[in-house]
Design a binder for this molecule. Sequence first.
Ligand SMILES: [Zn+2]
Length: 108
Amino acid sequence: MDLDSLLLLRSDFNSSRAFWIFVLWLVFLLSMLGLIGLGFGNERGRGFTGFMLGFFLGPIGWILILCLEPDGRRCPECLGVVPNLARRCRHCSSELPPSLAPRRGWLV
Ligand SMILES: [Zn+2]
């Protein structure tokens, strides 16, 4: 094995290591963007949507999730967003008045 092929091997190793460091860094960065989106989404009862928008769109996704309507209604005690049919708040565990939203089923 001569010096040229050794150098080639070495540069291949270096570039593939740089590639994987780049990929790990990218995954880490996208996860952080997603986690920030998750924080914004959780406030509006849309945690998963917030994570996905943050992950794929970054700051644009954060703005989108902040523009979306909350998924549910607000607890009168703590103003946290709870699902429409919930009977107890998941944030402060106070009892909620029955939902006034019409039920959507097969017949009604
Ligand atoms: Zn509450």
